[in-house]
Design a protein around this ligand. Structure first.
Ligand code: NAG
Ligand code: NAG
Ligand code: ZN
Length: 415
């Protein structure tokens, strides 16, 4: 027994050491033979009132079993989680030594979500629709092809950091001639792939956010195996990129200048438990930033599931754990601007980065390529490739994003 305990301490320390983060999964598995539940040093939130500790290996197993969560480790010290009764005290004494040295400060967990007066009618129909002629689907294809050519965009890998740099360079070039538009790398503690934020300042600081996640993951061996991530979420990434390009066309001509500050976000490490976005929105919360609406798009290009089921292509509007009011605004936008309808769907707690906005008291919505049951089954594997992407569908998401961003960024009297 004693021998095993000693080994488990050793394994825990070795594996959580950043340098050793690239240890292949098999060796983690081998170690874990000796360490029972292993190094449960991550605090996961699996539902509004459901927290638990988990090891990296257990995180992966949860994801494979389709259980979603926010990894709250950097937001709530484990000590505080215990004090607040969110989890029971870890039983391993070494864990207590390692983690019971954090701050004593109690974090407010309940962040009320304000209700804003979103527009009940659209106002810029001809302005927005005139931008649709400029959508360049060949360019979108090229960029997605390039983005999926990175071996993996897993947040802990070198190529994951390189793909972020590639994306950053594309966006930088795009906004280069606009002096007042900023681009920022948000570096996260513990891994190298950064998140990206583009901000078009409005007359007021209230923010409208459109977002996607840039990382991909092969859930069998994330550190080792290829993960093209064409749909998840390369499609959302290029949808957001093309939408920014179109908005800038109007901005450059001087026909559009936002009233609210308009931001475009590309998060790192969604697949690690919304790690990038929870960092971004927690920082916003601490800085007293106001976000009047956040739209996440994670998977925008797969229609084969609908087609096979004999169902018309449609958006999946996620109606659980999202803002009812913002969803209503989204329904108005879809009805006004799109040639496909939405179907209501649900995806459970924390299924994408909109949950990080909500967690910090910001209303958010999540629009996906279809109802969950028809969505892409090839994600998180080598098979999530560009040939499975329907670019007419991506185009509908671009139209939606541009309209959402345009209308909401110009909306006044939201408070
Ligand atoms: C990729 O996207 C950027 C930004 O929208 C754009 O400037 C560029 O032309 C696109 N690449 C191609 C090959 O179309
Ligand atoms: C990706 O983009 C880079 C820089 O923009 C370019 O040099 C490279 O040829 C592209 N690769 C692919 C596979 O499209
Ligand atoms: Zn995703």
């Amino acid at each position: 027994m004693r021998f095993i305990t000693l080994l488990s301490v050793f394994a825990c320390v070795v594996i959580s050491f950043p340098l050793f983060d690239i240890v292949p999964e098999w060796s983690v598995n081998t170690f874990s033979l000796f360490r029972g539940n292993g190094c449960q040093d991550r605090l996961l939130k699996l539902g509004p009132d459901e927290y638990r500790l988990a090891s990296e290996k257990e995180k992966l197993a949860l994801k494979k079993a389709n259980k979603r969560f926010i990894d709250m480790t950097e937001q709530i010290p484990i000590e505080v989680a215990v004090e607040q009764g969110l989890i029971v005290k870890p039983t391993h004494s070494f864990l207590q030594k390692l983690f019971f040295i954090g701050s004593k400060q109690i974090k407010t967990l309940e962040k009320p979500i304000p209700v804003y007066n979103y527009p009940k009618k659209t106002k810029y129909n001809s302005e927005v629709k005139s931008l649709y002629d400029l959508i360049n689907i060949d360019g979108v294809y090229e960029n997605l092809s390039n983005f999926t050519s990175f071996y993996t965009r897993y947040y802990k890998t070198e190529s994951g950091a390189e793909s972020a740099t590639w994306l950053y360079d594309q966006i930088s070039e795009l906004i280069a001639s606009f002096k007042d538009i900023s681009i920022k790398k948000v570096h996260h503690k513990g891994w190298n792939q950064f998140s990206i934020i583009v901000s078009i300042p409005g007359e007021v600081k209230d923010k409208v956010v459109v977002a996607a996640h840039q990382d991909s993951a092969n859930l069998i061996l994330p550190n080792l195996m290829r993960a093209p991530g064409a749909d998840d979420d390369g499609s959302g990434t290029v949808t957001t990129l093309e939408s920014l390009r179109l908005i800038l066309e109007a901005y450059g001509k001087g026909t559009y200048k936002p009233y609210n500050t308009l931001e475009f976000h590309w998060y790192s490490a969604e697949e690690g438990g919304l790690l990038g976005s929870i960092d971004v929105f927690s920082r916003y919360y601490k800085a007293n930033e106001v976000v009047v609406g956040m739209l996440q798009q994670d998977m925008t290009g797969y229609t084969q599931g609908s087609i096979d089921a004999g169902v018309e292509p449609h958006f999946g509007l996620i109606e659980d754990y999202t803002s009812i009011e913002l969803n209503n605004f989204l329904k108005l936008i879809i009805k006004t601007y799109n040639s496909i309808p939405y179907h209501s769907s649900e995806c459970g707690y924390a299924c994408s980065d909109h949950a990080s906005a909500l967690e910090n008291g910001y209303p958010s919505s999540f629009l996906i390529e279809s109802e969950m049951k028809y969505s892409n089954k090839y994600i998180h594997s080598v098979m999530d490739t560009i040939d499975r992407i329907d670019f007419d569908h991506v185009k509908e998401h671009v139209k939606l994003t541009v309209a959402f961003a345009y209308e909401l960024s110009l909306a006044k009297k939201l408070h």
